[in-house]
Design a protein around this ligand. Structure first.
Ligand SMILES: Nc1ncnc2c1ncn2[C@@H]1O[C@H](COP(=O)(O)OS(=O)(=O)O)[C@@H](OP(=O)(O)O)[C@H]1O
Length: 182
């Protein structure tokens, strides 16, 4: 990782940290004043958990459980939760809140995104290092398999109490119980 200069913010992205029990303690002993950004998504909108209904896949989505571990080391004020659903429907709004959380000026706005019909996702109009629009690669925004409605229903019942707990802990309702979400 390159050195962070005055006025720069170092960012590191490892999705698995949030679900790794040993991560909060180790990260806290390294840097206790960092800000944590966690992207969360209704189970139905995640691919992994649906392809492989193993315990480890199910466990990933029990956000309340993971958050409880993190709260033993970091206060909620140092965390920001990004709605994975809104990141797709309103990327500028969601990134606006991320910039606020990081204490940055809202530089990234609506004018940086457009909806790419072929990709089916928002893409960048003009990335920093190029003058041409850019979408995320093939491994992002994959086609999801269709799932038996009965399995969806059972997963819904499984996650509901954990989601309620998560909304209470974060003070944010991600509305995954609304029809069409989860
Ligand atoms: N703009 C845009 N383009 C493409 N994909 C988008 C976008 N915004 C959010 N998403 C969703 O992000 C999912 C992939 O994210 P990541 O691979 O970074 O997740 S992870 O790091 O592996 O946890 C990816 O999940 P999959 O649909 O399962 O591939 C998308 O649902």
């Amino acid at each position: 990782m390159p050195s962070t200069l005055e006025g720069q913010i170092t960012m590191e992205k490892t999705p698995s940290y949030f679900v790794t029990n040993s991560a909060p303690k180790r990260i806290h002993s390294m840097a206790r004043d960092i800000k944590l950004i966690i992207v969360v998504l209704a189970f139905k909108n995640r691919t992994l958990g649906l392809i492989d209904a193993s315990w480890s896949a199910l466990r990933i989505g029990i956000y309340a459980l993971h958050l409880e571990t993190w709260l033993q080391y970091f206060p909620l004020a140092q965390m920001h939760f990004v709605s994975g659903e809104r990141l797709i429907t309103d990327p500028a709004g969601e990134l606006g809140r991320v910039q606020d959380f990081l204490g940055l000026k809202r530089i990234v706005t609506d004018k940086h995104f457009y909806f790419n019909k072929t990709k089916g996702f928002p893409c960048l109009k003009k990335p920093e290092d190029s003058s041409t629009p850019r979408c995320l690669g093939k491994s992002k925004g994959r086609t999801h398999p269709s799932i038996d409605p009965d399995v969806i229903c059972r997963l819904h019942k499984f996650y509901k109490p954990f989601n309620m707990m998560f909304y209470q802990m974060t003070g944010q309702n991600f509305e995954w119980e609304l029809e069409g979400q989860q």
